[in-house]
Design a protein around this ligand. Structure first.
Ligand code: BGP
Length: 468
């Protein structure tokens, strides 16, 4: 429906921006850091950057935080590299790694920026991976120990905690983002998923026990799935895929139960995990305080291809080709696409907010949203009007969602500063701040605020009133 008047953004709205450790920090083996799966897999295609230097944020941390403050950020969502804190995942603590995040958090607080900490963003310690990774139930205890170390180190300074970034994408498209080995059987992936669910629940319980005034939540990638047409079979396929992609993860995180449609799908593909006695009680007893979610665009699907027809299989976080007997990913003719083929659907953002709110009634925190593009540095400036347009269109939809009655805590688009994309290198830039480097050539790594930086500063200082 169309409203005559819109509600305003609430006081204290967390206007922020996001990064993740392995994509921004660099210093991949500095000061005692151990290798993660990303380092060990050397996850790169020919001509595409690896993650050894990234934006060298590790050595530019004070300069970067000063720029975030200049932009007016109220919050900064970043992740802690497990392998800086515990290089082999479950052994000795590395003090230099612990100190780095104290420096970062102290500097944020000194600038009045609220830290939002992701405990784990794709970079499982390689040493744990060698012992079976998430498929090995021992990783649950290793994560709980890591979580407790974070809570006791940083708990007096950090209020907002996110458990696991995009667990759903690690299970559904882990090969594309480099977190799982090629050809991993689905039964292993869904066993790993169950262990991640348990690990998350134990972290939530530990957080509530150790830090009664902190808030903690999951951080999946949630994108509402549309049916291609009103053919009931298409509607059913969209419903199935919403269950498999979105609700399976949140029903377990929030309600402590496995979604029945998704569970039946697991039986169909022979991938139901082994659930031990007491596991479901653990999931049920851990209740998050909010839901964080990453949104780039909606998805559209039709009924599955007829039996025997080939289903294409090149997928990433946003492009889902399809799955035999389940669905077929299709292009939405109403939506434009980015230079990297991801659709753009601001209204889908509002639809996603409403679906999440209706289903779970928990406050929502946006931890990613943004536009990957080929930015160009020209005379020290980057004219990224396309990014401003994308962000403006999405912020308008947040305001509409707030007017719809959804409780929204904040907006932390991807990314605060340029960094290395999960699988498309440095050329795919998202930041408000340009970092001067190429795929292979590190150049001088100098920082340049883009046009979007100055625009977002105005948005923040007007608490979302001035979007021009
Ligand atoms: C999300 C990830 C981020 C980030 C973003 C953009 O799925 O949580 O780590 O990279 O997507 O994706 P990409 O880098 O593939 O363009």
């Amino acid at each position: 429906m169309k409203y005559r008047e819109l509600d305003t953004f609430p006081e204290g709205f967390l206007w922020g921006a996001s990064t993740s450790a392995y994509q921004v920090e660099g210093a991949w083996d500095t000061d005692g850091k151990g290798p993660s799966v990303i380092d060990a897999n050397g996850h790169t295609a020919p001509g595409i950057s690896d993650f050894r230097v990234c934006s060298d944020h590790y050595h530019h941390v004070e300069e970067d935080v000063a720029l975030f403050a200049q932009m007016g950020l109220k919050s900064y969502r970043f992740s802690i590299a497990w392998t800086r804190i515990i290089p082999d995942g479950d052994g000795l603590v590395n003090q230099a790694g612990v100190d780095f995040y104290h420096r970062l958090i102290d500097s944020l607080i000194a600038h009045g920026i609220e830290p939002i900490v992701t405990m784990y963003h794709f970079d499982l310690p390689a040493a744990l991976d060698a012992k079976g990774g998430w498929e090995n139930r021992d990783t649950v205890a290793a994560f709980e120990r890591f979580a407790r170390i974070l809570f006791s180190e940083y708990g007096s300074k950090v209020t907002y905690w996110l458990t696991i970034n995009e667990q759903n994408m690690m299970i559904l498209v882990g090969e594309a983002i480099g977190t799982v080995k090629k050809g991993s059987p689905k039964s292993s992936l869904y066993q790993a998923n169950h262990h991640m669910m348990l690990a998350q629940a134990k972290a939530i319980l530990a957080c509530h026990e150790m830090l009664p005034s902190a808030k903690i939540g999951p951080a999946p990638n949630i994108a509402l799935t549309y049916p291609e047409t009103c053919d009931p079979e298409d509607v059913l396929a969209a419903d199935d895929f919403n269950s498999i992609r979105n609700w399976f993860y949140l029903d377990a995180s929030v309600r402590g139960m496995y979604n029945s449609v998704a569970w039946r799908y697991l039986r169909e593909i022979g991938a139901t995990p082994n659930v031990e006695a007491g596991d479901m009680d653990v999931l049920k007893s851990a209740t998050p305080d909010f839901i964080a979610f990453n949104y780039y665009a909606s998805m559209t699907v039709s009924k599955p291809a007829p039996e025997g027809a080939a289903t294409p299989d090149s997928s990433d976080q946003q492009l889902f080709a399809g799955e035999a007997n389940v669905f077929l990913g299709v292009k939405n003719p109403h939506l434009p696409s980015t230079d990297f083929g991801w659709e753009m659907d601001p209204i889908g953002f509002r639809n996603t907010f409403r679906a999440l709110w209706d289903r779970y009634h928990l406050p929502l925190l946006v931890t990613e949203n943004g536009l990957g593009a080929f930015d160009k540095l020209e005379d020290g400036a980057v004219h990224d009007q396309y990014r401003i347009n994308y962000l403006r269109d999405h912020i308008k939809q947040i305001q509409l969602a707030i007017t719809d009655g959804v409780e929204v805590l904040g907006y932390n688009p991807w990314s605060a500063i340029d960094l290395v994309s999960t699988h498309q290198g440095v050329a795919k830039r998202y930041g408000f701040i340009f970092v001067n480097r190429g795929e292979g050539d590190m150049l001088d790594l100098a920082r340049y605020p883009k046009d979007s930086f100055y625009w977002y500063k105005k948005v923040i200082s007007s608490n979302g009133d001035d979007l021009n």
